[in-house]
Design a protein around this ligand. Structure first.
Ligand code: AMP
Length: 472
């Protein structure tokens, strides 16, 4: 099961130290991360005696009643938003996960995907552990509880890190102690911040901004942070982390106003657009984005190429992703409901259409057809990522290899399918330069088909491999 998620954790020094209850702070933090998951939402707050959880299917404002949250006692808590397209869309899989054990409780919110989740689960089931859901996160919770019975927190976390193969950015509560953990590759983002009389951890810095807080820094790959007594206790559990930050966070997934691993996503997307205009120039009348994901790169392309930025498409921002209408006839209406053309802007124009990525190719085709009907004379598609040729096993829900159009077709083949006059993808080096991190510090698995860690049936890239004996 592949998951895209967002996590938040908040700790206040004491009940009176911040006018807003912890549960409500988490609610606002999750609101800021709604783009990371729309399927389910959950909040667990610890009142000093026991954890209290609210969770359910749906968007943040659908699941929580603010009045209930105001009454939820506790100065510390974690929250989660989840999006999964597999058949496992059920309430048991909503997070945070809570596991009670003889010394207390563990609550976990997880963003990422374990490659060996099923193996670990089978092993734990054979030992008598009972699982209520089928998510990796529950496996992490059970492993942690097992270790906590024998070890202190840093040792317990180190021991489970040795077993977990994959991506995990975690907000954890052991009783009322808040912690943050990021896997040794730092696949998924995770950062910490200071809020009024307390601290927060979040998948993206926008959640900390929303709480009127200040970003302190990213959690390091392989680091455990414990928020104890108003202090930040850092345990670097992996000697020499071997970063493999997900490029797709920069390309599509994260909010442009977030700072991830030191880079403002907006700036990265602007540079992607500039780089695209250098790699794939074209004589045209206007530069237009596919909203919203192509907007920032279109601004960069327009600036660099000196061709005007003008919108051709308007998105209805009140239509959710899950909006599905049966039947072919209604499908066109569904597309139009989501996105409409501004015909006066596009009539007889040669347009450079910028989008962040092409996955299956169906969205681009529909949009280009619509723009042709709206009167555009030429449509030149420019894509802010290199061709996506391989699946993601590490937390981006990206379709199977069969469904990925670029896994089976050349650039001109894709150009024909999406019905564009020309098509240009950003190069891998262009993307790496736009991000501004070292190539070896990025996960390029979906673009190269070679992954930073071993995945059954797939190639491993030639970068330095992590060794489990490198744990301190
Ligand atoms: P398609 O080529 O029809 O699969 O759609 C690609 C478009 O979907 C891209 O332009 C993105 O804006 C968006 N997209 C890309 N990756 C994802 C993802 N993992 N989850 C949801 N939407 C995505």
């Amino acid at each position: 099961m592949r998951e895209e998620c967002g996590v938040v954790g908040v700790v206040k020094q004491d009940a009176d130290s911040h006018p807003v209850p912890a549960a409500l702070l988490i609610y606002y933090g999750l609101y800021a991360l709604q783009h990371r998951g729309q399927e389910s939402s959950g909040i667990t707050v610890h009142d000093g005696k026991e954890p209290n959880t609210f969770k359910g299917m749906g968007l943040v404002p659908e699941v929580f009643d603010k009045n209930d949250l105001i009454d939820l006692k506790g100065n510390v808590g974690i929250g989660h938003v989840r999006y999964s397209t597999s058949g496992d869309s059920r309430v048991e899989n909503c997070q945070p996960f809570i596991v009670k054990y003889k010394s207390g409780t563990v609550a976990i919110a997880h963003n990422g995907n374990l490659v060996n989740g099923l193996d670990l689960r089978k092993e734990l089931e054979a030992e008598g552990h009972v699982f209520v859901a089928n998510s990796d996160t529950e496996v992490i919770a059970h492993l942690l509880v097992k270790e906590l019975l024998k070890h202190d927190i840093p040792d317990a976390v180190r021991n489970i890190m040795k077993r977990l193969h994959g991506s995990y950015s975690l907000a954890i509560m052991i009783d009322d102690l808040l912690m943050a953990v990021r896997d040794p590759y730092g696949f998924k983002p995770l950062c910490i911040g200071e809020i009024e009389s307390g601290h927060a951890v979040a998948s993206e810095s926008v959640a900390i901004d929303t709480l009127n807080g200040d970003l302190i820094r990213d959690v390091n790959p392989g680091e455990l942070i414990i928020f104890r007594g108003g202090e930040i206790e850092s345990h670097q559990l992996f000697n020499e982390p071997s970063c493999a930050h997900c490029v797709f966070e920069y390309v599509y997934f994260a909010r442009p106003d977030s700072i991830i691993d030191g880079k403002l996503v907006y700036r990265v997307r602007e540079r992607i657009g500039e780089q695209l205009s250098i790699e794939h120039p074209v004589d045209a009348d206007m530069i237009s984005p596919v909203p919203d994901s192509g907007i920032t790169s279109a601004i960069g392309y327009s600036r660099k190429s000196n061709i005007d930025y003008e919108e051709s498409l308007m998105k209805n921002r009140y239509i959710g992703r899950t909006f599905i209408l049966p039947g072919q006839a209604m499908r066109e209406t569904a597309v139009r409901l989501k996105m409409n053309t501004i015909n006066e802007n596009i009539k007889d124009k040669r347009i450079v259409l910028i989008d962040d990525s092409i996955v299956r190719g169906t969205t681009s085709r529909r949009i280009i057809d619509m723009m042709r009907r709206g009167g555009a004379s030429e449509i030149h598609a420019r894509v802010g990522s290199p061709p996506i040729i391989a699946p993601c096993y590490l937390g981006i829900d990206m379709a199977s290899r069969e469904e990925l159009i670029a896994a089976h077709k050349t650039v001109s083949g894709v150009e024909a399918v999406i019905n564009a006059d020309s098509l240009g993808y950003l190069s891998i080096d262009g993307l790496v330069n736009a991000i501004g991190l070292e190539k070896d510090d990025l996960c390029l698995g979906c673009l190269t088909g070679a992954y930073p860690l071993e995945i059954p049936g797939e190639k491993v890239c030639s970068r330095r491999q992590l060794k489990l004996n490198e744990f301190k």
